[in-house]
Design a protein around this ligand. Structure first.
Ligand code: COI
Length: 355
């Protein structure tokens, strides 16, 4: 796919890339030179532009701000040793974004706008893609409702925007997580399976409470019984119990993570036993007691593989085996990194080259 010819391009006259060490910046705080914006009005997509990254005037009455008609995606671009830039599975993000759009009564973004905007942007900002082993350019596409109107109804105007930022590790250290048995992230029939902005806003208070107790994140449980684990923070959750990779099965309270899907694909290719099913807190504690809970880790775009070194539940803390000895998650982390950096054969055709 090539860039959409209809994109108007206003290049920056002064790149800011030399102001940063792109291999060493905090996650999500320094933005690359350009951004892509497409506008939707009168029932159709029109006007696509790439312009220098900057603040743009918008109304405080805009509906995204009041009623949360806002969705987003997260993906990453990598640079190989030869300087080639590729994006990890962007078409999966494109498809998921449109699932989110449907659920939030928003217009779907056409593929030529999503992919055309993305590729054109990455060509301009290729210098912002880190070269380090664990670095990448985090790509944040989002769709927001822009009607200047306070009535509660689906907006008639929208902006689809892509911004990017160089990123290193999301978590600098392995994390401790607390099983949350009071607050919930998602319920059946809700929007947990899509990437609605509000899913993240509502997670902050319980996360803050967990952090006050010395944890970095929570493990969300099902909204009805609080007895099954679902996700951890902004990540899908995986466990190695005995010789089996176990992860909560997708349902309408769990986001279909692209890293999740990739880890499962690799595990199956390696002949590992994989189970996608309900996982109860009781099972996790029993496995810990029996000594069969070998590895627990979160998987997500921003975090990639985030090792979990201990789990809290009510008044108990369950320390987990040392990270160094975790055969599966360390191997999958290394192989995924290798595929992304062009060092390991991309047998699944996951890398989308920016030509
Ligand atoms: C991602 O992994 O892209 C996420 O959605 C996490 C993000 C909210 C930082």
């Amino acid at each position: 796919m090539t860039a959409n010819a209809d994109i108007k391009i206003e290049k920056t006259t002064q790149s800011r890339v030399t102001e940063y060490d792109v291999n060493n910046v905090p996650f999500g705080k320094c933005f690359s030179d350009h951004m892509f914006i497409a506008e939707y009005a009168d029932g159709k997509w029109e006007k696509s532009i790439i312009m220098p990254y900057k603040d743009v005037p918008m109304s405080f009455a805009m509906s995204a701000l009041h009623y949360g008609q806002a969705i987003f995606e997260g993906m990453k671009a990598y640079k190989s040793d030869t300087g080639e830039v590729s994006v990890f599975r962007p078409l999966e993000n494109f498809k998921r974004m449109n699932k989110s759009a449907i659920r939030m009564a928003m217009p779907e973004v056409p593929e030529e706008i999503f992919m055309g905007g993305l590729l054109a942007l990455l060509k301009l900002d290729a210098a912002w893609v880190p070269t380090s082993e664990t670095g990448s350019l985090y790509i944040r596409p989002f769709l927001i409702a822009t009607d200047e109107a306070i009535g509660v109804k689906a907006s008639e105007t929208y902006k689809f925007v892509i911004i990017t930022c160089p990123a290193g590790k999301y978590y600098s250290e392995p994390i401790k997580v607390l099983i949350e048995t009071n607050y919930i992230r998602a319920v059946e029939g809700g929007v947990g399976y899509v990437k609605a902005a509000g899913n993240y806003g509502r997670s902050l208070y319980p996360t803050k409470l967990a952090q006050e107790k010395g944890y970095q994140q929570v493990i969300w449980t099902d909204g009805k019984t609080h007895s099954y684990i679902e996700e951890s923070g902004t990540m899908n959750l995986m466990l190695v119990i005995g010789d089996t990779l176990v992860t909560p099965a997708l349902c309408d309270t769990i986001l279909a993570g692209i890293t999740r899907d990739s880890v499962l694909a690799l595990a199956k290719e390696w002949g590992m036993k994989v189970e996608e099913r309900k996982v109860s807190i009781a099972e996790v504690i029993a496995a810990h007691t029996a000594g069969t809970l070998k590895e627990v880790f979160g998987v997500g775009t921003a975090a990639t593989i985030a090792q979990i070194i201990g789990i809290g539940h009510v008044d108990n803390y369950y320390p987990l085996p040392p990270v160094e000895g975790r055969q599966f998650s360390n191997k999958v982390d290394e192989v995924l990194r290798g595929i992304r950096k062009g060092k390991v054969a991309d047998t699944f055709n996951w890398m989308f080259k920016v030509k």
